[in-house]
Design a protein around this ligand. Structure first.
Ligand SMILES: [Zn+2]
Length: 257
């Protein structure tokens, strides 16, 4: 394997994860998947991890009510082989802290998300991508009905063929978080950078199981979520409901295609 050829960092620790679902990592992930990651003490630098990444994660976790009790465990990883941000519905083994999800934050992905704007580096896309992963935890934890999660309901909304509606719903909720957060960080430049960076990850293949929606759909849901958060609602439950309506309005139902 290529990964064996890369020199391991001195501070890398192999960690094993057991997962029910994994969002945003292209692996078979239904039912008891096990993956290994190379955990790092931090991404970028210790200060960046503590004062930027974890601070941002805490703000969004509070908005999405994932903080009391803390729902997930954050893990910095060496992702040189495959740049990764992912939300795992599962546990990292060998960790004492109780948790039901694992947030994987890759060092390479973090560096690649820094966007140059007017010759200055802008971290908006890092914040937007973290919000997207936390939105997946919201989908894993909550649901529109008592017996189903948002994640499963949105997979069903697309006939269980692709994940695109769950992904677009996560973009919508990420936009909503950024809108709620706007006094702190977001101006119109920031949301445009986020929407364009997510847009660049969109795909046109509507049968790919890992489809995240088309670039245009990602751009639209991110902006719609942003303005809902900024101007209209501070309630995550309402945002999740509005998000599903909007996603189902712009992505055709399978039977109608
Ligand atoms: Zn996702």
């Amino acid at each position: 394997m290529a990964s064996c050829l890369l020199p391991a960092r001195a501070d890398t620790v192999q960690r094993k994860l057991e997962a029910k679902w994994i969002a945003d990592l292209t692996v078979a992930s239904a039912g008891g998947t096990s993956i290994e990651v190379s955990a790092l003490p931090h991404v970028m630098s210790e200060d960046f991890w503590r004062f930027t990444v974890l601070a941002v994660v805490k703000d969004f976790a509070t908005m999405l009510r994932l903080n009391n009790p803390w729902y997930f465990y954050s893990l910095a990883i060496d992702d040189r082989v495959r740049p990764t941000y992912a939300a795992v519905d599962g546990r990292v083994l060998g960790v004492d802290t109780p948790h039901q999800g694992v947030l994987l934050i890759g060092d390479t992905m973090t560096r690649s998300l820094i966007t140059l704007f007017r010759e200055r580096s802008n971290g908006a896309a890092i914040a937007g991508s973290l919000a997207h992963e936390l939105a997946h935890f919201y989908q894993f934890k909550n649901g529109p009905e008592a017996n189903s999660t948002w994640w499963l309901s949105l997979l069903r909304d697309d006939g269980n063929i692709t994940r695109r509606k769950a992904e677009l719903h996560a973009d919508f909720l990420a936009g909503w978080c950024l809108g709620q957060w706007s006094e702190k960080f977001m101006d119109y430049v920031g949301i445009d950078i986020v929407a364009k960076r997510l847009y660049s990850f969109g795909t046109m293949d509507d049968l790919d199981p890992n489809s995240h929606g088309t670039p245009e759909q990602r751009y639209a849901v991110t902006l719609r979520g942003y303005f809902l958060g900024k101007n209209e609602t501070a309630d995550a439950v309402q945002a999740a409901e509005q998000g599903r309506l909007f996603v189902n309005a712009i992505v055709p139902m399978r039977a109608e295609q």
